[in-house]
Design a binder for this molecule. Structure first.
Ligand code: SF4
Ligand code: SF4
Length: 89
């Protein structure tokens, strides 16, 4: 029984952290490549996590992205701060 309980705890934690499902469809919506802050490679940072490159904040266009609206995101700058649900609140 202890094992079942730990599995439940894990899945609840994942639900809280993974705000944007890491799917091909969601990735195809990402508009990071059009952003002045785009660090030059990668993308879909709200699901994949922050960039390994240094990021200079020059504005964030996440607010114009379909994922931002559909998944109720509130922050932006996921390339600098980490995936939605993981970064500073
Ligand atoms: S919300 Fe931002 S990081 Fe996430 S898919 Fe859209 S543009 Fe990319
Ligand atoms: S997460 Fe936001 S700031 Fe970073 S590249 Fe994508 S749109 Fe630009």
């Amino acid at each position: 029984m202890a094992r079942d309980r730990s599995r439940l705890t894990t899945s609840l934690k994942e639900d809280q952290m993974a705000k944007v499902p890491d799917t091909e469809e969601n990735m195809s919506r990402c508009i990071c490549g059009t952003c002045p802050t785009y660090p030059g490679e990668g993308g879909f940072f709200c699901a994949k996590g922050k960039s390994g490159l240094s990021v200079t904040r020059k504005g964030c266009v996440c607010g114009d992205c379909a994922n931002f609206q559909e998944f109720g995101l509130e922050d932006g700058y996921y390339c600098a701060d980490g995936a939605a649900g993981e970064g500073p609140q």
